[in-house]
Each structure stands twice: as C-alpha cells, then as structure tokens.
Write a protein that binds this ligand. Sequence first.
Ligand code: NAD
Ligand code: MG
Length: 361
Amino acid sequence: MEQLRVDLGERSYDIKVGYDILSKVGEYLKELNLGSKVLIITNELVDSLYGREVEQAVEEAGFEVNIAKIGDGEKYKSLDTARELYDQAVEANLDRSSTIVALGGGVVGDIAGFIASTYMRGVNFVQIPTTVLSQVDSSVGGKVAVNHPQGKNLIGAFYQPKLVVADIKVLKTLEERQLKAGLAEVIKYGVIWDEEFFNFLANNRNKILGLDTNTMEYLLKRCCEIKAEVVARDERELGLRAILNYGHTIGHALEAVTDYQRFVHGEGVAIGMVAAAKLANKIGILNGTDVEKQEELIKEFGLPVSFEGLNIESIMKALAKDKKVKDGMVRFILAEEIGQVVIKSDLPHNIIREVLEELRG
Ligand code: NAD
Ligand code: MG
C-alpha cells in the first residue's frame, strides 16, 4: 500500500492507495477518532458491487451505519437528489460528529461532499473513489458540488475530506471506456507537471491497461501528489490551479456541442490535449516531437485524437461561452515542453479554427 499526506495545515489528510483495501476502511475510520455514526452515500451499481464489503468493515469497527443510494449518472448530481440525501441524513440522526462516506465515482463523491459540507454546517467527510477519474482527480482538491439546470457544478463549496481510500481492485469492474477516460486525466498530469511520469506512462501501457498492482499504486499516488501539490499552492483557484484544465478548453466545447452525448469527459479531454499541443506548436512554443509524443500516448491508451463531422463555428461559439473566458478572451493552457505549461489568453481565432479543421478527421 502507498500513502500520501496532503498538507493543508489543519485540514491535512491522508490518501491511501492499495489493492483490496475496502475491508480495512473500518479500521481507518477508527484511527481518525470520528463520531459513532456513518452514512455511506453510493449509487445502486456501486452498492451492489462493493456496498456490503464497506458496510461490514465499518460496522465491525463499531460504527452505526446507514446507506443512502442515489441514481446512476450525472443527472442525479442535483439539488433534488441533495434534498433526498438531507432527509436521509436527518432520518439517520447524523450529528455534527458523524461521518459521510462517499463510495463511488465523481458523481457520488461530488454530491456526497456537498452534503457533508452543508449538513449541520459541515460533518466529517471520507472519500472512497471507485473510478480512475475519481481516484486521480475529483477526490483530491476539495471541490464539492451539485449541478444546476443552467450549468455544471454551479452550486458547491471547497471542503476537504478527512481521508481518501483508493482501492485498485475495484477498477476491475469498470467499463473499459470509463477506465480509458480516466487515463486521459492521468496523461494530463504528465504533460502539465512531470516529464518523467509522462515517460513512465508511455513505457508501461500494458501494465496500466491490465491494472497491474504495483504500476497502478505508483500511478495513482503520483497523480494525487501532483494534483495535491498544485492545489496546495492554489487551494481556492486563483491562479496555478488553472493548469489542471489542460486539454479541457476544447474538450469542454466538444462535449457541449454534442450535448454531452457523444464523448465521455475524458475523451473530450483527450482530443482537447491534442488540440492544445497543436496550438502550442503553431504559435511556436512547443516542438513537433512533443506534439507527436502526446498524440501517440493518447492513441496508445485507446483514446480519440480527432473527431468527425462537427461544425467548426459551433465549436468556436461553445469556446466563447466557456467559463474560462476572461474579458472575452478564451484561456488556453499550453505546453512549452512536456512537463511545463503556460496560460495563454490571446490566441488568434484563425489559429484555433485551423487546428479544429485539422482535428476533424
Ligand atoms: P461517474 O461517477 O458517473 O462514474 C462513471 C460510471 O462508472 C457510473 O456509471 C458509475 O456507476 C460507474 N462505476 C463507478 N465505480 C465503478 C466500479 N468500481 N465498477 C463499475 N462501475 C463503476 O463518473 P466519474 O467519471 O467517476 O466522475 C465524473 C464526475 O466527477 C462529474 O460529475 C464531474 O463534474 C466530477 N468531477 C469533479 C472534480 C472535482 O474536483 N470535484 C474533478 C473532476 C470531475
Ligand atoms: Mg476533467
């Protein structure tokens, strides 16, 4: 098992990464000296796969356990679902010393964290992320939220967990598409922060796709370390944290123009990273070899590097609407080399169009 301390003063916490560690969650909670009641928030699918194991572990450690299940999918990350969860928290008699445990992917983690941050002005929060994306991204950094019909994550807070437990074993039941989508965010960390890690990914493709334990322990830990480091320097997203959006500017626009139906998030990010690499090359800050390396790795992980049939002007419009727009300028995170990025907001529109044309296979 690997362990990582996220250093945020009084709000510091550990991330535990290992294989088959769900049965230890009870002990971990006990070590934290939390109150006696635990509400596990999960969804139907994850509950059917892992609910009993976690429930039993927590009960055996002496906690009183309740389980609240939400529907499966982004549309359940809503205020309606939140209201039902508050009811269940009240019914379970949770008090200020109680703990909410999120067991699931980013949807469950985000809404469970939102409940934990607001119920009685905040109760203990523990994350058991069960997708690659949630293990390397959403469970680290303290952002919790629900969606509003007018926009994703419009209602939320910054709220840190007391503990994150990432079990590699649970990734075996993930759909392949979800596994690969999570790996897009993994590649992102290499490009924005760590060339050596990028090379490690390129050299260990089969082990990663086969979920080899040692390889995944290192991979998950390194991603969390990078995110934690970026977040620690910019907890409330005033500057540096924006680099975590590498590949997301065009990625989000592609998701938006296809009504979030065609691409899963990581696929949008994959194409967005290729776009960002090409843009950086066109404005003369990134060499061609580093563009090819990124495109190659993204392909090797079974992720898309181009798209078909979308209207370029609609993508340009979607870009202009993005929340990363500041004073009318679309902000891009661009690499100068692998492991080093800069924020640019003055890219000529014709260059963006050109790159989009190239990407449209
Ligand atoms: P998700 O939570 O919808 O999970 C994807 C699918 O996998 C779901 O159908 C889920 O039921 C299923 N699943 C989960 N674990 C499984 C397992 N072990 N085996 C089999 N199936 C499993 O999606 P996600 O990609 O994990 O998270 C996306 C969400 O995360 C979005 O709402 C996004 O806004 C949010 N997010 C938040 C942050 C943050 O900083 N808080 C960062 C990135 C993304
Ligand atoms: Mg993302």
